[in-house]
Write a protein that binds this ligand. Structure first.
Ligand SMILES: O=C(O)C(=O)C[C@H](O)[C@H](O)COP(=O)(O)O
Length: 206
């Protein structure tokens, strides 16, 4: 099954910021225990690649790298075991690196011009970021008319209260968000708490 299809089936993509590599294994286990075996580990911390490498030991986990903004990070993510790449905005450099290395890219888009740049490189499942700040559902409905073949993974300001309204749209494959893996719980080592939040999020979207 394609990565796009697996993400569409899961409906949610937790956006994760790991500050301590020791959190990587318990976090992978917490997400798997919740029934949400997918992680977007962001390159916002120096240990992102190390965390991905640790999490890649969990073969049931669909593992991607987020906040990827250059080709070097694509290579680091791939070497660590990531199978998909996400960036906040469309990056021609990241796109080229993904095409060359066979990784799936979910580029961030915020405008029709971004959508067309992504489409020109062959990407048809796009991250709409920052979703809430850019008009949310209303903007996605407007994008759907001229680009009927494009699917979206909105992210940015999405939470348990508003995720349902996005997933009602046929052009929305899944929603991303950091609310499913709160930094506070990770810092406290409360991985059971993260499992609970991830389960609650899944219940909201079923
Ligand atoms: O880093 C990336 O690749 C991004 O595109 C941005 C993240 O997905 C959002 O920052 C998550 O937004 P929140 O759920 O509102 O915290």
């Amino acid at each position: 099954m394609s990565i796009e299809q697996q993400i569409a089936d899961l409906k949610l993509v937790p956006v994760i910021k790991i500050t301590d590599p020791a959190h990587a294994a318990p976090l992978a286990e917490a997400l798997i225990a919740a029934g949400l075996p997918v992680a977007e580990v962001t390159f916002r911390t120096d240990c992102a690649a190390e965390a991905i490498k640790i999490m890649s030991n969990y073969k049931d986990l669909l593992l991607g790298a987020g906040t990827v903004i250059n080709a070097q990070q694509v290579e680091e993510a791939k070497n660590a075991g990531a199978t998909f790449i996400i960036s906040p905005g469309f990056s021609p450099e990241v796109s080229k690196a993904c095409l060359e290395s066979g990784l799936i890219y979910f580029p961030g888009i915020a405008s029709p011009r971004d959508i067309q740049d992504a489409l020109a490189d062959g990407w048809k499942t796009l991250k709409f970021f920052p979703a809430e700040a850019l008009g949310g559902v209303k903007t996605l409905k407007a994008f759907a008319a001229p680009y009927p073949g494009i699917k979206f993974v909105p992210t940015g300001g999405i939470n348990a209260d508003n995720v349902g309204q996005y997933l009602e749209l046929p052009q929305v494959q899944a929603c991303g968000g950091s609310w499913m893996v709160p930094n506070k719980l990770m810092d406290e080592g409360d991985f059971a708490g993260i499992t609970e939040i991830a389960k609650e999020a899944l219940n909201k979207v079923k």
